[in-house]
Ligand binder design. Sequence first.
Ligand code: MSP
Length: 674
Amino acid sequence: MTKKFYITTPIYYVNARPHIGHAYTTLACDTIARRQRMMGFDTFFLTGTDEHGQKIQRAAEAAGKTPQQLTDEVSAEFRALWDRMGVTYDDYIRTTSDRHKRGVQELWRRIRDNGYIYKGSYTGQYCVFDELYVDVVGPGAPCPECGRPTETVKEENYFFKLSAFTEQLLDLYTGQPDIIRPETRRNEVIAFVRSGLRDLSVSRSSLSWGIPVPDDPKHVIYVWFDALANYITALGYGSDDDSKYKQYWPADVHMVGKEIVRFHCVYWPALLMAARLPVPKSIVAHGWLLFEESKMSKSRGNIVRTETILDVLGADALRYFLLREVVFGQDGSFSFDALVQRYNSDLANGLGNLASRTLAMITRYFKGEVPYPSGAAARRPADDVIVKLAQKTISEYHGLFEQYQFSRALESAWGLIAAVDKYIVENEPWALAEKPDENNRARLATVLYTSADALRIVTALAHPVMPDATAKIWAQLGLGDIRKFPLADLRWGQLHLGTKLGKVEPVFPRADKSAVERMQKMEEQDRTAAVAEAQPASTAAESGASQAVPQLAEPQKTVAPIAASDGKITIDDFAKVELRVALVKVAEKVKGADKLLRLEVDLGTEVRQIVAGLAEAYAPESLIGRKVVIVANLQPRKLRGLESNGMIVAASPEDGKPVLAGFLEDVPIGARLK
Ligand code: MSP
């Protein structure tokens, strides 16, 4: 009987557009799902969007849309992106769909009827950003998870008897040791559960954007209860047709980012236990993708859009980079430089070059038909070294992949590419072809067969990671549809004599330096457009001095307004503002704007254009050569058609002119203020 395999991504919040952090999880799951299919598993891969709750309701208000409008738009955007990248999801669940709502209510009833839901009231703090009830004291106290200010919630709620599951959960972690991976996350979860579990509030009565509690529609179901249930509602749990649920549940892998481990490893299994349903087989947590050293997120304004990379280098390059560069489970940095460097070294010069040189030589010297090594006389020990290495690579690669060690698995496969490259150089097939006596011909056949079969093996192994490029190489090898190849049977020597090659074409054209610049430019343009859309140009600059006051990052404004009643921010909030010393190189008036100056300031590492409301206080010439303080990590915005990349800091007396901040002692350009 075919074994089944069910894998899920988290369902993504629709308060913001997708970025490569989301793509990272989805692509990792897609890679695993593709590989499992090739290995012969009956695979089901689920993704979707999380559309209820306060965070979404507020984002919709801020955008001047109804929650339904916002969720329809953003959910479609996520889906279109996955489609564009050829993500092979089998179903896409939206939590606003009827099938989901029905299933969630059924799960609620079942848990309630089993005696694990009771009515109470909650007074305490809530973090809207994480949609999390938190155990901290006082209005505005920072959320222990994300550091953002919490809000006080005081309302009648339903509670889930989480505390009743402490022992069962601990038994689960011991009895099913692989349930939480990696080990570090497992230890954290165990420590959290051991420290004592409190009952969990699972409904909200001060909010309407959610699924009504069965038999008490004044309450809506807590968004995490709602969201976690997607993993079974998508399979038809609670509907007339639950055949998929029977076929695929429990999930084999819930893939998640490390920040949502607790929801998946504590709350979710406990809810399932309370409903007397099977718990998932494993929850695999990966680290964060960092950009400019902090977690990529809309709130920090440091996201990179997936589309930019797709436009310039294509999906395969992104997939390979993310899985090769980031050690799965740990945080990893993203940069355009590193992406292009990896692309050139491993894809253009690595796999791409091996494919084109090997296939071109077979085309030239053997009329495009795979030659076969003829006789022992034509064999050398070097050939066997490649055969052995290829065999070792196959088993090593499978083992590492199954342990989610994608980076090491790819490293091992690319080790084979490097060995074959060296083998080709040392055995000089081109020289053998020049003196085509019988011996040389046999030797040439051996060298090219050995190279081509190694290429075939790497191509098959890499297919789940880079589906498009490998499908092309496979077709060029004359092997048809790679998706049909049974990966579990991959062995040396399956390339048959006389196989006719397809048309040989390069799959990874080299990327030049301009690729990085193009991607950076696209991102800048996108950020500028997003700012312009969110903020009409007239608001900021024309008001002159007010522009010189630093603003905190965006979510505090739109998604989770600062709730602190005393108006204080945390040190982490302050640390988000990057204040730096800069030298004014150019200053001039902006045509048609009385208050604006266009400045070019030197930060030591770059020169930036800033448009500032200083014209009424300073003559442009007086600013040239002066050191000023700027907010360096502000999203760019357009003022009078000019891009402004940062903000000059100035004191802003109530009804006087702005006065620039400066220093009594000399300070180096670029120094950070903290
Ligand atoms: N809606 C919840 C999940 C509910 S699942 C039942 C949620 N949504 S989210 O939109 O915030 O997505 C979080 C997930 O997106 C992370 O757990 C991770 O899988 C992925 N990532 C988002 N940003 C990321 C990075 N910067 N780096 C790595 N993964 C990231 O939480």
